[in-house]
Ligand binder design. Structure first.
Ligand SMILES: *Cc1c(COP(=O)(O)O)cnc(C)c1O
Length: 366
């Protein structure tokens, strides 16, 4: 029997490969590689797809986040509230500005920021709240926005895993002052390399993010900021433009797989992710929890099923953040997730047979 990988690009490549080769040929023919028509076309299309006026392409998702924070003037001495359970990039974006990440615990059931524990973390130094729509399910935006609004704090959304996810019918990335997207190949909308974007409805913020990502330059060779080099290149933009019209359909394929998992997995040892009624996730990751995770992982592996862990070491216990001074026990919910979460195969184009085999394998774990 064929192995079922944790993730695969193959179905996407089979369908869109020819179109992507054409897009590459078009860029090569034009002989223009950075800051040209492909970049502008994708930015316009992605802004429209999200229903916002502005999109600025960046080199990757981490930079997109960092550039937003810098554009908001956040720096040394400031605090930014981030979830304790997320990919390291969310915290790095904060520390790259010189600000300090303040960790907020998630809910165990949804893996997303727990609004009930948010307000207690706000201090006079807090400059922004940075919710992450983890695994493709949006955070509880109403209470988060309510708390942020009461304290006059901007909300910056990390949408790296949530292209097209909905909260009360509205797209992730349209709630805060700006949102960062990653187009890392494995994300729901992935380039064939590194790429990212910022979306916003604020023209001044968009212009500042664009300048900051282009050497701090508004007009060529005039530098108003000590900026960065983080731009979306023409080749990645052209490839993303090929994929964008298929994103909704590809997200739907993931939703179909998730529905089958949620309906079919019946094992008292395996806790399924909670989906809030107001959320329509895009299932970047399908994460279950299991006390005997290592054994479940081995069991699935022995049946040819690939899995992954998101994330095995919580950020506050990472070597690189030793100077923040946290030890085990500081964020028990994040630690619990890091010890029990297992991600099941999830990608565009998974077949019924594959999904069924994963379900059977999980259900037969004794
Ligand atoms: C992938 C990811 C990022 C960073 O994106 P890159 O394009 O890899 O820099 C940021 N935040 C989250 C939650 C991510 O999953």
């Amino acid at each position: 029997m064929k192995n079922i990988p944790f993730a695969s690009f193959r179905p996407m490549e089979r369908e869109l490969g020819a179109e992507m080769r054409d897009a590459f040929a078009r860029v090569l023919e034009r002989s223009f590689y950075i800051g040209g028509p492909e970049d502008r076309a994708f930015e316009e299309a992605f802004a429209a797809w999200n229903g916002v006026p502005f999109c600025v392409g960046t080199g990757n998702g981490l930079d997109a986040l960092m550039l937003i924070l810098k554009a908001l003037g956040i720096g040394p001495g400031d605090e930014v509230i981030v979830p304790s359970d997320t990919f390291i990039a969310t915290a790095l974006a904060v520390t790259y500005t010189g600000a300090r990440p303040v960790f907020a615990e998630p809910r165990l059931s949804t893996f997303n920021l727990d609004p009930d524990r948010l307000e207690a973390l706000i201090t006079p130094r807090t400059r922004a709240i940075l919710p992450v729509h983890l695994y493709g399910q949006t955070c509880e935006m109403d209470p988060i926005l309510e708390i942020a609004g009461r304290h006059g704090l901007p909300v910056v959304e990390d949408c790296a895993q949530a292209h097209g996810a909905l909260y009360k019918g509205r797209k992730a990335g349209t709630f805060g002052v700006a949102a960062a997207f990653s187009f890392y190949p494995g994300k729901n909308l992935g380039a064939l390399g590194d790429a990212g974007a910022v979306i916003t409805s604020d023209p001044a913020l968009a212009a500042k993010v664009r300048a900051l990502g282009n050497y701090g330059s508004d007009v060529k060779y005039h530098h108003i900021y000590q900026g960065h080099n983080s731009r979306l290149d023409e080749i990645q933009a052209a490839l993303l433009s090929v994929k964008l019209p298929h994103l909704e359909r590809m997200n739907e394929s993931r939703r179909e797989t998730a529905r089958k998992y949620l309906d079919g997995i019946r094992n008292p040892q395996v806790i399924l992710p909670a989906v809030l009624p107001e959320c329509t996730p895009v299932w970047h990751i399908f994460g279950v929890r299991c006390r005997r995770r290592a054994e479940l992982e081995k069991w699935l592996d022995s049946r040819g099923i690939g899995t992954n862990k998101h994330y095995p070491v919580p950020i506050h216990l990472q070597e690189c953040y030793r100077d923040l001074g946290f030890s085990r026990g500081a964020y028990p919910v994040a630690e619990e997730i890091s010890e029990t979460e297992l991600s099941l195969p999830m990608y565009y184009g998974m077949t019924d047979e594959e999904t069924g085999r994963v379900i059977d394998a999980v259900n037969s774990f004794a």
